[in-house]
Design a protein around this ligand. Structure first.
Ligand SMILES: [Zn+2]
Length: 606
């Protein structure tokens, strides 16, 4: 049983959804019905139970329009309401198919959906809609069995006002037009967990960026996006080489409006990304490697429950770093691993400080907990470290062969960690390596809170160069020997590490304003486009009290709404100029995604 869902796939399993919806921008609603096909898996099951959250259900019919009885449960504040639909008596035996149409509409409180007004878009001419269903928000878009343990196919028929375009995490199968609206149809033939259902509606244009890829965005950003993501096919090709053939057909990228609160979301066939990746020089294209790695880890082999999230994210980070290593030099794997370990350290400290240490176990107990509240780098980085440790026991070549085999064995399934463990043991016992792997303390790896129990040592000379520049040239020697050429040959990750090291190592004793001015005159950080540099540089300046950075910070805060940047920057600005932080937020809060504006308000004590 999935503790994050109220539904009953273990009794009556949903196999496909057919969404027939129209998009109403005036009311900020999706309206229509979903046809749910299900199959009885437990003899005598009387009801099909679906998850819903903040939906208005009007009625249920069978396919011949006869009414079907249903009721809604009491509301659970995190998991929503169960929609309990009576299965007709003749259809309650194992193997029988039950099809029901649920007529409903979403509401303004459906938190999977963000409705943007014209003014909140880049073009300012048309409204815009996008969804974010992970982890448990699909139930506020469509009544469904909203558990990653159950995979479904889906079709959709979406009516939108002209001249807007609809896209989904599915193959596009056509478009028909009437006087003032267009109908877009889609099909997703590969069963997916419901958190991967995605929709976007807006003034969208596309450019071809590869043999199976297009990039989509509002017209004003499409040329920049085309340039930035031109290397996408290389990442997919390395992924295929490492793992198995790419099965989804297309791999498109959707560049969202600036208020998209996340970095990226691996919706199948259509990765969603933030426009803060537009650096103008492809220096942030590596983020796409992560989303591409999800095409196998997560989207094909899926965590059965959210407590096993490391099966999605730990594996994805591992594959992402393998891809980056192959494309940018093997050292990049260790370099990124070292950075990741630092983030893991920070999060373990943070959760321990909040007395939530149990959430730092690789498989935490999420009973009654919103998976979003447990979110941290733990499943990503601790999961990654487990795989590095296992790799160190059996050797790189054999581990990569196992990984390929693991993906092909568990593709199209939802699994738990013990299945992964059992397959690892089975595979390497057969290969005569049972002694090497007998040392693994699986129980502690999976269940013990805190840092990884075994630590693989990562080595990166490039990281040392970046750290030395921060610690010796700038912190110790105050920049007296610094020159313009210091960072000329640095890779993106080195500049990020350089700035991170400065931030961390000067948190007690900030650099002086004079030192920062010198750094800026040599490296030109104030005017960079790269959002990762800008975010760190502004943090550093606020911390040192460099007043002239404040208007630049405001400019950055109101130009995008990615939580990774806006939350910490508002907090820093609030420390040095609370009036400016609060007035800026109050003036622009409607521009942010609802989740982001709630979080920032909390951070600012509003
Ligand atoms: Zn991910």
């Amino acid at each position: 049983m999935d503790p994050s869902s109220l539904s009953n796939p273990q009794e009556c399993k949903v196999t496909s959804l057919n969404l027939v919806l129209s998009v109403n921008f005036e009311k900020s609603q999706l309206q229509g019905y979903v046809e749910v096909a299900s199959q009885i898996v437990k003899e005598g099951t009387e009801s099909l139970i679906l998850d819903t959250n903040q939906l208005e259900i009007s009625h249920c019919n069978d396919v011949t329009s006869n009414p079907i009885n249903f009721k809604l449960s009491e509301e659970h504040k995190v998991f929503g309401k169960a929609l309990i639909i009576s299965i007709p008596e003749g259809l309650r035996s194992v193997g029988k198919e039950f099809i029901v149409r649920v007529y409903y509409n979403t509401t303004v409180d459906s938190n999977a959906l963000q409705w943007l007004t014209k003014d909140q878009t880049a073009g300012k001419l048309h409204p815009y809609l996008f969804s974010q269903c992970q982890a448990i928000h699909a139930r506020s878009l469509v009544p469904c069995q909203d558990s990653p343990s159950n995979k479904v196919k889906y079709q959709a028929e979406i009516t939108v006002p002209k001249p807007l375009t609809a896209l989904m995490s599915a193959l596009s199968t056509g478009k028909t037009e009437s006087t003032d609206s267009s109908v877009f149809t889609f099909t997703q033939e590969i069963p997916i967990p419901t958190y991967l259902i995605a929709i976007v509606v807006g003034d969208l244009e596309s450019r071809v960026i590869g043999p199976r890829s297009k990039v989509w965005s509002e017209p004003s950003m499409v040329a920049a996006a085309e340039y930035e993501f031109a290397n996408t096919e290389k990442f997919i090709a390395v992924g295929e080489d490492l793992l198995t053939p790419y099965v989804w057909g297309r791999y498109d990228i959707l560049l969202l409006p600036p208020s998209f609160p996340y970095g990226g979301m691996e919706n199948p066939l259509l990765t969603f990304v933030t426009p803060t990746l537009l650096a103008g020089d492809r220096s942030l294209e590596g983020v796409v490697a992560h989303e591409i790695a999800h095409s196998w880890c997560g989207n094909l082999v899926t965590n059965k429950y959210w407590s096993e999230f490391f099966l999605n994210e730990g594996f994805t980070v591992f594959v992402e770093r393998k891809i980056l290593g192959r494309l940018y030099g093997e050292e990049m794997f260790d370099f990124e691993a070292m950075n990741g370990l630092k983030h893991l350290h920070d999060d373990v400290d943070l959760f321990t400080h909040k007395h939530q240490e149990e959430l730092t176990a690789l498989i935490p107990n999420l009973n009654g907990i919103d998976p979003d509240d447990a979110f941290s780098s733990v499943p990503y980085e601790k999961g990654f470290n487990l795989l590095c440790y296992l790799q160190s026991l059996v050797g790189v070549a054999d581990f990569e062969a196992w990984l390929k085999s693991y993906i092909s064995k568990f593709s199209y399934q939802s699994i738990v960690a013990t299945q992964m463990k059992d397959y690892f043991i089975e595979y390497f016992t057969e290969k005569g390596k049972s002694e090497q792997i007998s040392v693994v303390n699986w129980n502690d790896w999976f269940n013990k809170p805190g840092m990884p129990i075994e630590q693989v040592v990562f080595v990166s000379p490039a990281a040392k160069v970046a750290k030395d520049l921060a610690e010796i040239t700038w912190i110790k020697d105050q920049g007296v020997n610094a020159t313009k050429d210091d960072i000329k040959s640095f890779k993106t990750q080195q500049i990020i590490l350089f700035l991170d090291t400065l931030i961390h190592s000067t948190s007690e004793k900030p650099l002086s304003v004079d030192v920062l001015e010198k750094m800026d005159s040599l490296y030109g950080f104030t005017d960079v486009v790269n959002s990762e540099y800008k975010f760190r540089w502004q943090t550093l300046c606020l911390h040192s009290g460099l007043k002239r950075i404040e208007p630049k910070v405001v400019e950055f805060l109101i130009s995008q709404g990615r939580m990774k940047f806006v939350r910490p920057l508002y907090r820093e600005l609030n420390k040095v100029n609370p009036e400016l932080a609060k007035s800026t937020f109050n003036k622009y809060k409607s521009q942010y995604h609802i989740i982001a504006s709630k979080m920032v308000a909390k951070d600012l004590g509003l």
